[in-house]
Each structure stands twice: as C-alpha cells, then as structure tokens.
Design a protein around this ligand. Structure first.
Ligand SMILES: C[S@@+](CC[C@H](N)C(=O)[O-])C[C@H]1O[C@@H](n2cnc3c(N)ncnc32)[C@H](O)[C@@H]1O
Length: 272
C-alpha cells in the first residue's frame, strides 16, 4: 500500500530540478524566489495557500511554537506557516522524493533553518510523546485506511492542550468518486471518511473538536477557476509537474466531484 501511494505521487526523479527548470523557463530567478512564487506547485491541496494561512491562524502560534505537519508533501504549508508565524515546522511524509524536494525548495526561499522534512508514516510517527506544540494535516488522510492509528499518533506526539488542524477531502453524499483524482488514479489507495466518521475518529483519538467548517462551495469555485486556468494560461509550475499528463483530467474530475457533492472539504480544529 505504501509503495502504491508513493508511486502515485512521485514517479519521476528529481522534482526540485524539474520545478527549477520550469521556473527558469518562465523567467524566474531561483535566487530571488518568494514562498508565494511556489504556491501553484507546493500547496498541494484545494484552496491552496489561502487555506494554509487560515489553518495557521487557527493554531494560535507564536515564534516559540514547534509545529508538526503530517503528510507535508513538497513543504509549501510548512514554509507558509513558518514564515507567517516565525515558528519552526517539522514535516513528515511517506514519499521520499517529496521530502528531498521540500528541503531544496526551503533553501531557495531562505527558510531552511526553520523547516525540516523527514520521510515517515503518519500511522507510526518517529517522534517522542509530547514533542510538538501544534500539528496540522492537509489532504493526507484520503490515502490512509488506518485513520484511527494516524490520529492516535498525532495525539501522542502533541503536548496536552496543543491544537491539531485537520483539513481533508471527505466522502460526500453524492456517490462514489470519479477517478483519476489528484490523490489516486483508482480506488485501491483512496480511503475517504464521511463527516460523521471523521468526528468519531478524532474524538476516539482523544481530541476535543473546537470548530468544524465545510468549505465545499469555496472548493468548487477554486477548482473551477484552476481547471479553466489549466486550459487557457497555466502557471509556470503546477501539480502536473509531478502528477504528469493525467493532471488536467484529474482537475476536471475534481470539478465534477465537488459539483455533484461526491466529495466535501471540511476542516476540524481540535485540541489534544
Ligand atoms: C495531496 S498531498 C498533500 C501534501 C501537503 N499536505 C500539501 O497540502 O501540500 C498528500 C500527501 O500525503 C502523503 N501521504 C500519504 N500517505 C501517507 C502516510 N501514510 N504517511 C505520511 N504521508 C502520507 C503523500 O506522500 C503526499 O505527500
């Protein structure tokens, strides 16, 4: 299962080099990049950087905070949160190629001393109990069947009272998902929980749920805009850089999945 997931995300070699090549082609100077220049490729979730900024605010961080990002991908959310709050962020991700690229991209934007990435599994975190002040996970649980273990691990490594922001794609009431989608080309690596199941899982792991917000309508508008940009004037770097030629079809399917409420996007702000 783990290999199927990592192969889905990063089949094609050196991602940082591929991203650098596309940025240079578009006239960008790698030495002068800002975090926002990378957002079209490294904020790999619906509603992008704006959603990450919202989650960072909800975590109640300060410069002394150490945050865990579970399933950190190319590191966009970790860099955005570290930059916005002056804090440290450690990311963990199953896909080694994403961890390697996340480290390189962080050095490009001068955040290499405040963010760190290591390969690992969300269901068996390589950290001591009570290690982090806060944690976030964005669009990761869709690939994880053992969500009970994932959330129990997040609870274990968080200090008591620490906040956990969970922003995920959930199973909607409109029926089964149209594939391929950005997290799976077919159903074997897709494990969507319903909103009711998510609340139960988070509570069983020992979290109190402080706020729940459903952003499905905004997500639909965001994906419609992204699908039309992909068809007319795509940005220099997009998720296509690593998902490959399937990505435009994935984007069209996501528009249909959101419109037909086959999926929903929901955020849970929890406290350990
Ligand atoms: C859609 S991406 C989201 C990445 C990042 N959170 C973001 O929003 O930019 C999903 C990520 O989850 C990671 N992932 C999937 N299963 C995982 C697991 N069991 N443990 C850790 N990471 C996992 C994948 O490697 C991928 O980087």
């Amino acid at each position: 299962m783990a290999e199927a997931v990592t192969t889905h995300y990063a089949g094609n070699g050196d991602l940082a080099a591929a991203i650098a090549q596309r940025l240079r082609r578009a006239g960008k100077d790698i030495a002068a990049l800002r975090t926002s220049d990378l957002a079209s490729v490294d904020e790999f979730h619906i509603r992008g950087r704006a959603a990450t900024l919202e989650l960072g605010l909800a975590l109640g961080l300060d410069a002394a905070s150490h945050v865990l990002d579970v399933g950190s991908g190319l590191g966009g959310p970790a860099r955005t949160i570290a930059e916005a709050h002056g804090c440290r962020v450690t990311g963990i991700d199953l896909t080694q190629a994403f961890c390697d690229a996340a480290t390189v991209l962080s050095d490009w934007v001068g955040l290499g001393d405040r963010v760190a990435f290591r390969q690992g599994d969300a269901t068996a975190l390589p950290f001591d109990d009570d290690s982090f002040d806060a944690a976030v996970t964005i669009h990761v649980a869709m690939n994880i069947a053992a969500k009970d273990r994932m959330y129990a691990e997040a609870r274990r490594v968080l200090k008591p009272g620490g906040r956990f922001a969970v922003y995920d794609v959930l199973q909607g009431e409109g029926g089964s998902v149209h594939y391929p989608v950005p997290w799976a080309r077919e159903p074997s690596i897709s494990h969507l929980a319903t909103p009711a199941e998510m609340e139960g899982l988070l509570k069983e792991a020992g979290f109190g749920i402080e706020a729940v917000s459903d952003s499905t309508e905004e997500s639909q508008a965001w994906f419609e805009a992204m699908a039309s940009r992909m068809a007319t004037s795509p940005p220099a770097v997009t998720f296509q850089t690593f998902l490959g030629e399937d990505f435009p079809l994935m984007a069209r399917n996501q528009v249909a999945n959101l419109r037909e409420r086959r999926i929903r996007t929901v955020t849970y702000i929890c406290r350990a």
